[in-house]
Ligand binder design. Sequence first.
Ligand code: OGA
Ligand code: MN
Length: 217
Amino acid sequence: MPDAPLPVDRDAFESAALGLREQGWWIGRDALDRELVDELRADLQELMEADRLHRAGIGREQDYHLDRDIRSDRVFWLTRRRPAQARFLERMEQLRLSLNRELFLGLFEFEAHYAHYPPGGLYRKHLDSFRGAANRIVSAVTYLTESWQPGDGGELVVYSEDGETVSATIEPRAGTFVMFLSEEIPHEVLTSRTDRTSIAGWFRLNTSIGGTIDPAR
Ligand code: OGA
Ligand code: MN
């Protein structure tokens, strides 16, 4: 059941297309409205309490495996069935359209999951798009961790395209929103010392046209 359209805050994501074009990544502090971030955190909390999250995998199809040493989050794929998720997906739909308008990326859809990294959790340096299968084009991470403190760990490290230099180290504080080019920007989640919660999402091309149905969820 779609909610009423949200008022669009034109400014919050205004520099996003420019950031993606010029440097391959962009940080929006408080780009999403606070109320929505709080709703999402509460929604995720409910799902965690009901034990609805499951182990995340790495890679797709024949590459797919579970490896706690590489990636240790548990995930829940978003749908429009729960109101907080529907509102978030609607917001991302507006962002998809604006990125397409400004960057001519032809982004076709957005998929996302909640992620919970328990203490000790991490995700080693990786790219979000695999083997030239141009599926995920722009990655978007929304942080939900309340009262994150220096020393809590779980920062996102964004590297230069060659993976040699650190471009940014991002504190996973609730309200922070990050986007980067999925095929080009290596990144890593440092070991978290607390419960770290976020939404990892991807703007994608319509890969089912290419003959391979893509999501290996
Ligand atoms: C991912 C990822 C980054 C983060 O899920 O692919 O890189 O900061 N997440 O949670
Ligand atoms: Mn990633």
